[in-house]
Design a protein. Structure first.
Length: 609
């Protein structure tokens, strides 16, 4: 749209409109069009420059993406590549796409991009060779689009075509379109690990039904890859992948108790009177729901309770003969008669997480409305009164999207249990020094190896509080640093007498142009180990490395954000002084320096493992 008719859009009003009720196709088209036609981003709102490329028409997808990003609290500036120009735009460094310099690229592929016209009798080797050529092409595209790691990539997994051909016989033929798409999706997932976040179009198509998802009429009329009626569902899938790509993934589920983890009211009905386990449809549904929550906990999702209850009476629910969950499965247990919005604030503080890391689940619509209106940064899932639909409702919200599981994810529940045990001991301590010594902490620092890269990248993407610059290096960039002998890349692992916290901190330092200064480009730490003197332990090791390499100065910068105030005083606390040399630091960053000398004088309560 030309500038003379471009509109001015109020961000708060648009966000409220999108949140007011369930998204519909008319809302997506009207609101999405207004967002895309805006004259300029609203003041004070974070902007995301996103490019959309595909072999088919993308205008309808662009409107859905515009709505999705506003729902994520950012303003989209969208570039749509010309129809069918995916390869040319990506591989030509002088293309309009690269001049646009996107923060994020959406590659909207379709099954037609994945199916080779091979004879149905082609053998597995022939099909595999054709698939390998496609993977090599996508590898080139990803490298070009990433621009050295400065651009995040989201891509559609492919839904299979709806045609059945010979029915069951297609399942045995390696060259059948169905098998080609399935094998290509699996290969793409493997090849794109750490580089691409995936939008599960194949799962969306399965949910709505292939015949309804893929509309031949739309394809023939306007080269549209799927029926636009499914755009409201697409918005949720896109948001999940975008959150993962930008470090916004949710980390904790906060649950009510009565009529949420069991049927009935524990304070009135007692343990014997609540509905849970065999004997009734509702009881079995509650038991399966608890099994599902336990499975999420095993995958690294933190569980917490926020309930209007007497804490001692509430805990008796976990002594029921059919309970799958135990009191100790919850990293925070907030039971009181105060409002749940305040309870969620206390839980966030206890877990050292931001409110935007929490998902709140409750059967009571009034409680859900209170939290949604009072704490808009908390995701809310109203469960309703049918426990048989609880899993479906949480799944449908797609708040828990992860690209892959790391060892730290799978051990997170135990790490939080260890943190809680340490916190309980701290509450009874009278002297911080003796308390820290009593934890018997042992730390290990090393240069990450291949098996550590996924976790290092995960910390880069997800860490918001102990994150001095929020630069967020990608896996590709981390691999490049590790391949550079001049770069110092450190990983830190901590355990104490209560348990193993895993790889909880990373640091990347690079030589400055003057040859005498080592610049800390990124320093991250999990919230689980704040205030343990880990930063002193890591700095001591870094100073020793810097001295051994002949550096005279160590330089770091702090760029304030809404969430990293906890490290605002980190550098001065560690002996740095404010520097007059800003270098390439952003205008809002503070730069700090200290002389390099042996780190022996820096005291930490952690001993080397």
């Amino acid at each position: 749209m030309s500038a003379d008719v471009a509109t001015v859009v109020d961000f708060s009003a648009t966000l409220a409109r999108l949140r007011a009720k369930a998204l519909t196709l008319p809302i997506i088209f009207s609101a999405g069009g207004e967002i895309m036609d805006a004259a300029a981003p609203p003041p004070g709102v974070a902007v995301q420059r996103i490019a959309i490329l595909g072999s088919l028409t993308t205008d309808f997808i662009a409107r859905a993406v515009a709505c999705a990003l506003v729902l994520e609290g950012v303003w989209p500036v969208i570039y749509q590549a010309p129809f069918g120009s995916l390869i040319q735009e990506a591989l030509n460094p002088g293309s309009a796409l690269h001049r646009f310099a996107p923060d994020c690229v959406l590659v909207a592929t379709d099954w037609r991009d994945g199916v080779d016209p091979l004879p149905i009798g082609a053998d597995a080797e022939t099909v595999a060779a054709a698939r390998a050529d496609k993977i090599a092409l996508f590898d080139h595209l990803w490298t070009a689009l990433a621009r050295g790691g400065h651009c995040r990539i989201l891509q559609h997994l492919m839904a299979p075509p709806p045609m059945r051909y010979g029915g069951p016989a297609e399942r045995f033929a390696a060259a059948s379109p169905e098998r080609q798409v399935a094998a290509l999706n699996a290969a793409l997932l493997d090849a794109g690990r750490g580089r691409v976040q995936w939008i599960e179009i194949d799962r969306l198509a399965a949910e709505v039904g292939l015949a309804r998802f893929a509309s031949p009429a739309n394809y023939y009329a306007a080269r549209i890859g799927f029926d636009q009626r499914h755009l409201p569902d697409y918005v949720g899938h896109f948001r999940a992948a975008f959150r993962a790509a930008t470090g916004r993934a949710k980390k904790a589920l906060v649950l009510d108790l009565d009529n949420t983890l069991w049927g009935g009211v524990i304070g009135d009905d007692g343990v014997g009177g609540i509905t849970l386990g065999p004997g009734s449809p509702a009881g079995e549904a509650f038991a399966d729901w608890q099994d599902y929550l336990l499975a999420l906990r095993a995958r690294g999702i933190v569980l917490a309770v926020c309930s209007k209850n007497d804490p001692e009476i509430a805990a008796t629910g976990f002594t029921h003969a059919a309970t799958r969950l135990r009191r100790e499965d919850f990293a925070a247990f907030e039971c009181s008669w105060e409002n749940k919005a305040d309870g969620l604030k206390r839980i966030a503080k206890a877990l050292n997480l931001g409110l935007d890391s929490l998902v709140f689940l409750d059967d009571n619509p009034a409680e859900c409305d209170l939290v949604a209106s009072t704490l808009p940064e908390v995701a809310v899932v109203p469960l309703g009164d049918d426990p048989g639909k609880f899993i479906e409702k949480l799944d449908a919200a797609r708040w828990l999207y992860l690209e892959s599981y790391t060892a730290e994810d799978l051990a997170r529940a135990e790490a939080y249990a260890a943190r809680e045990a340490a916190a309980a001991e701290a509450r009874g301590a009278t002297d911080l020094g003796s308390y820290l010594e009593g934890l018997a902490m042992r730390g290990r620092i090393w240069r990450p190896e291949e098996g550590d890269i996924a976790r290092v990248a995960q910390l880069e993407q997800k860490t918001n509080q102990f994150n001095l610059t929020t630069r967020r290096f990608s896996e590709a960039e981390i691999r490049a640093f590790l391949a550079d002998e001049a770069a110092i890349v450190l990983a830190f692992h901590l355990r104490d007498k209560f348990g193993d916290h895993g790889l909880v901190s990373t640091l990347i330092a690079l030589p400055a142009e003057d040859g005498e200064t080592l610049h800390i480009a990124s320093w991250l730490m999990s919230c689980r180990v704040f205030s343990r003197t880990a930063e002193e332990f890591i700095l001591r090791h870094l100073l020793d490395l810097a001295a051994a390499r002949g550096f005279a100065r160590l330089r770091g910068e702090y760029r304030p954000t809404a969430k990293n105030g906890v490290v605002a005083d980190l550098y001065p606390r560690l002996g740095f002084s404010e520097s007059a040399v800003t270098g390439e630091a952003p205008p809002d960053a503070m730069v700090w320096e200290r002389r390099v000398a042996s780190g022996a004088a820096i005291v930490s309560a952690i001993t080397p493992a």
